[in-house]
Structure formats: C-alpha cells, structure tokens
Write a protein that binds this ligand. Structure first.
Ligand SMILES: Nc1ncnc2c1ncn2[C@@H]1O[C@H](COP(=O)(O)OP(=O)(O)OP(=O)(O)O)[C@@H](O)[C@H]1O
Ligand SMILES: [Mg+2]
Length: 259
C-alpha cells in the first residue's frame, strides 16, 4: 500500500525579494513499511522536502498525502529526527524520552512504561537517571531516537540524524537502526550525505538533482535482509555505492558549472 504520495510538488522560497525555486515538479511514492533514503547535492531541497512531508513547511504547488490524508500541518503520525538532537539538559534521560508523551497528555504510568521500553530498545536503560551532559554524542542521539520512537509515529522523517557522529559510532547507529526498523517496520524517509549509509539502510535510494530538486534516479537496493555489517564488503554493495556516487557526482559537477 502506498503510504506517502508526493504529487508534482514544487517549492518556492522568497529571498531578498527574489523567488528561489528549491524543488521543481517532484513526484514520489513510498510504500508502507518501506525504508527510503534521499541523497543529493547540498541545497537541492532534501530538508525542505522532509519539512513539507512533516507539515512544517507549506507546499507551493502540488500535494503530499500520508496514509491517504493530505498533509497540511504536523501530526503525531510523523516523527522527525534531526542532526542536532536538542535534548533538554535539565531533564534526565527518562525525562527527555517521556517529554513528548507528557505534551500529548499521556498518563504518568504509561509514559514511564513507554519511555523505559524505548530506552531499552536503544540500549540505554542503565542511563535512565543520567543527564544529557553525562553522555557521549552517540548516546545522546540514541536518546533522541528513543524520544521519537516513544511517540509511536507510523512514519519517521530523519534528516542526517547521524551526521554529527564519528565514523565508528555512526556505523553502530546504522546497525541499531536497521535492527529496530526490522522489528518495527515503520515507513522511513531518511536524508543523508553518506552513500554507504543510504545503501546499508534502505530498500530504495532516491537521488535528487542539483537545485531545483527533481527526482534524478530511484534505485532499488535488493540486498538481503536482515543486513549484517559484513554486507558492506560485498561486490553488490560496492556496485550500488559506485552507481549512486556516479549519479551524484554528475549533479554536483553540473551545479558547480551553473553557479
Ligand atoms: N527558509 C528559507 N528561506 C529561503 N530559502 C530557503 C529556505 N530554506 C531553504 N532555502 C533554500 O532552498 C534550497 C534548498 O534548501 P535545503 O535546506 O532543503 O537543501 P538540502 O538539500 O537539505 O541541503 P543540505 O544537503 O546542505 O542540507 C536552498 O537553496 C536554500 O537556500
Ligand atoms: Mg539539509
């Protein structure tokens, strides 16, 4: 079943009295439970697209629907996770994970149960009473992930969530995310600059063109699941990575020529 449908969407910003076309005539369909990554040159509209799906940014032209309903505002069905995890320093880990549930008026008992459950899922139960400043960047991002998951959205919108992490932590986070996704099968839209990350995590990788963002390629990642870390070394994996990298390079080069 199609879960997310973007139909011929365009996005125009106004900057200093001038119109900036960020996205032009983009259509995309994502199936329920699918993990789709978006890659593309800097400034091609990836974050803008995610914000529009999230209902945070109005659509200039076209329409986006999620689970059959047109998107016009944010909703609890779509959970967003960004690069800067923005935890509250004055709240404990458990308090941070339960925060959005508190806002939603979930009872204290259920809040605690759900927060504990998702904290356990990201492997940080032992740190429930710690404060964010006592945790590493990778741990903080796991707390942020638990916070989004605790809300139990049906769709996750992730914008370079591991972008600020070191290479090793990043790989571990990818492995954790793929395991969590495997057991929960939420629909995921994942923006990244890291092609290896996109291939490892995804069912499909969408390549955006240089600004204005258009759909340049839609590549199926037919690697077996569950994905084990060793898969990164396989010839199929490397071939997919190279193919996407070539497509991306064309766009980066063309945007340099234009600017
Ligand atoms: N609020 C805004 N006002 C004006 N222009 C904007 C605004 N937000 C984004 N833009 C412009 O729209 C284009 C797309 O921006 P966006 O942040 O979506 O790109 P991106 O693909 O996420 O880039 P990056 O990979 O660097 O994160 C850029 O040219 C940007 O300058
Ligand atoms: Mg961005």
């Amino acid at each position: 079943m199609t879960y997310l449908l973007a139909q011929s969407i365009s996005k125009c910003f106004e900057r200093g009295g001038q119109q900036v076309l960020a996205i032009d005539d983009l259509s995309l369909a994502v199936e329920e439970g699918e993990f789709v990554s978006i890659v593309g040159p800097s400034g091609c509209g990836k974050s803008t697209f995610l914000h529009m799906v999230g209902g945070f940014e109005p659509i200039t032209q076209g329409a986006i629907s999620v689970a059959g309903r047109f998107v016009s505002a944010p909703g609890p069905d779509r959970g967003m996770l960004f690069q800067d995890y923005a935890l509250f320093p004055w709240r404990t880990v458990l308090g941070n994970v339960g925060w959005s549930l508190e806002l939603a008026g979930v009872s204290k008992q259920e809040r605690l149960e759900r927060a504990e459950y998702y904290l356990d899922m990201v492997g940080l139960s032992a740190f429930r009473n710690a404060y964010p400043s006592e945790l590493s960047g990778g741990m903080q991002q796991r707390i942020a992930l638990a916070r989004v998951l605790a809300f139990e959205p049906t769709m996750l919108l992730m914008d370079e969530p591991f972008g600020a992490l070191d290479a090793q932590t990043r790989e571990i986070m990818q492995e954790e995310l793929t395991t969590i996704w495997q057991s929960h099968k939420r629909t995921v839209l994942f923006v990244t600059h890291d092609i290896e990350e996109a291939v490892y995590l995804s069912d499909r990788v969408i390549v955006f063109s240089a600004r204005p963002g258009r759909l340049k390629a839609d590549i199926a990642i037919d690697l077996p699941r569950p994905r084990m870390p060793e898969i990164r070394k396989s010839a199929e994996f490397q071939a997919l990575k190279n193919r996407i990298w070539d497509l991306l390079r064309e766009e980066v080069l063309s945007s340099k020529v234009m600017s």
